[in-house]
Write a protein that binds this ligand. Structure first.
Ligand code: GLY
Length: 373
């Protein structure tokens, strides 16, 4: 059913390998991806797309290109290029960890473990959280956590599985618990970010960086939560994480617009020009597929979530995908990086493309992406 969409994305990736060379796509401007050397939080997604294409096709062109990106990630770690943030999980799960999963490459495994140690440096024992952005003690961000970080925790859980060293799991669990308590609200919506007193961990207030307002629900944040808590459940089997993922998913999918692809924030006023975030829908679908793997057959929400996955994926493929536009670089249109900040508000997002392809491959072939092994 999804084959046509997958093959279209694979064709585009082949053309993109030529276009991008050693560079990494980020978001687009005028329908062309902006390229950067390996120095942004988004660079793992290109690597992940290449590994997915290789797994699906067995074509060594993709394997070669993917391996080349892992070399680049090795240099990035050696030279410590822009690693002073929490998104180390996005970078190394989809590059070196993917290589280890597919090829059992020992160098890739060791590189991924080194990356987990870099992420661990973001742990702030006084506050009991992983600091998302900025240096330790930073006035604005020193006490701030963000919901996106839930997708970086699998790197720590994996490092625990590999080494048996409790510190990795303890940090991941403490951070997931704090995120559950403060980022998820009583009505199952979520804050994008939350502030604590960095000296003693006293909770201060919620906030946003990319959402409509501090108390709104940024759709991509909600999607990160669906997937992130489902993965915390996979690694820990704590039923509270499963319940939280499910609640976030219900909130998300109960608010789909007519074409089943979400706007950028659940609280943004809807009019003819309101921006979408197709990447949020792609993440939510991939996350809900992970969630479904853990829900018992008789779970009361199963049918609703299955239907929501189908409708959302169809919405993406039929209305947002660039199928039939052979010169397009991206797979899905109308993602938004930051509508609030006027930054790529209606463009391709490389993470949107990654999760779209991951979700398609989960649906078509049962491939699972690179978040757990
Ligand atoms: N993790 C950053 C973002 O979703 O924009």
């Amino acid at each position: 059913m999804w084959k046509h969409a997958i093959e279209d994305a694979i064709e585009k990736t082949k053309a993109n390998i030529e276009r991008y060379g050693d560079l990494f796509p980020h978001v687009s401007e005028n329908d062309r991806y902006l390229l950067n050397p390996n120095d942004d939080w988004t660079d793992g997604f290109w690597s992940g797309i290449l590994w997915l294409c290789y797994e699906y096709t067995g074509d060594k062109t993709f394997q070669q290109a993917a391996r080349q990106t892992v070399e680049s990630f090795k240099l990035r770690l050696e030279k410590n290029v822009v690693l002073d943030h929490h998104d180390i999980g996005f970078l190394y799960s989809l590059s070196s960890k993917a290589q280890w999963m597919i090829e059992k490459d020992e160098t890739a495994r060791l590189l991924t473990l080194q990356a987990a140690d870099v992420l661990l440096k973001r742990w702030r024992p006084k506050g009991q959280y992983i600091q998302a952005w900025g240096p330790e003690g930073d006035e604005q961000n020193g006490g701030r956590i963000i919901i996106d970080c839930l997708m970086n925790l699998p790197l720590l859980y994996w490092a625990y599985d590999q080494t048996g060293e409790a510190k990795y799991k303890e940090v991941a669990v403490a951070h997931a618990n704090l995120s559950r308590r403060y980022l998820v609200r009583g009505d199952d919506s979520s804050y994008h970010t939350f502030y604590f007193d960095p000296e003693n961990g006293v909770p201060l207030h919620g906030g946003t960086a990319q959402g409509y307002h501090d108390g709104s629900t940024w759709t991509r944040g909600q999607a990160w939560g669906i997937y992130g808590f489902a993965l915390s459940y996979r690694y820990t089997r704590d039923p509270l994480y499963l319940e939280t993922s499910k609640r976030l998913a219900r909130y998300f999918f109960e608010r789909l617009p007519e074409d089943h692809v979400v706007y950028w924030d659940f609280n943004a006023p809807i009019h003819a020009d309101t921006k979408r975030d197709s990447s949020a829908s792609a993440i939510a679908v991939a996350g809900a597929l992970e969630l479904l793997e853990h829900l018992p057959a008789g779970d009361a929400d199963r049918v609703f979530i299955e239907k929501a996955i189908e409708l959302s994926m169809k919405g993406l493929v039929e209305t947002y995908a660039t199928i039939g536009k052979p010169d397009a670089q991206g797979f899905i249109e109308r993602g938004s990086y930051s509508v609030r900040g006027g930054h790529a508000p209606d463009d391709y997002m490389i993470w949107g493309d990654y999760y779209y392809l991951e979700a398609l491959l989960r649906l078509e072939k049962g491939l699972k992406g690179y978040w757990y092994e």
